[in-house]
Design a binder for this molecule. Sequence first.
Ligand code: FES
Length: 127
Amino acid sequence: MNRQKRKGRVVARTGELAQGTTKKFLLKCRGNAIEAVLVNYEGSVYAYVNRCRHIPISMDWVDNEFFNEERRYLICANHGATYEPTTGECIWGPCFGTSLQSVPLEISDGKILAYCPDEEDKGRGRP
Ligand code: FES
């Protein structure tokens, strides 16, 4: 991806998210609004489209609550699909073996910028 020609959106400041917390944000990509979630897992940040790989719906019932109680995995509140926060891979549940669509991030001048994913992927593995 050539990010230099693409415009990132500032979605947070570095240090804004405590470990084990998440923050939802919107991106406008190819004319569509995409809801995504920024994840701080053990001090590193990741971002994924907020769309479960089981059924393409939002994963949080309680707004902005994605981590399980132990703050170890991301959980879909609908049927319990469990995702690895560092890769987005579904490691348990009805979408086992697929992955959340990742959102490219860049950290610059104390800001976290998010970029539109290149294109819709199918989550690797099963549909
Ligand atoms: S919609 Fe996410 S596990 Fe079913």
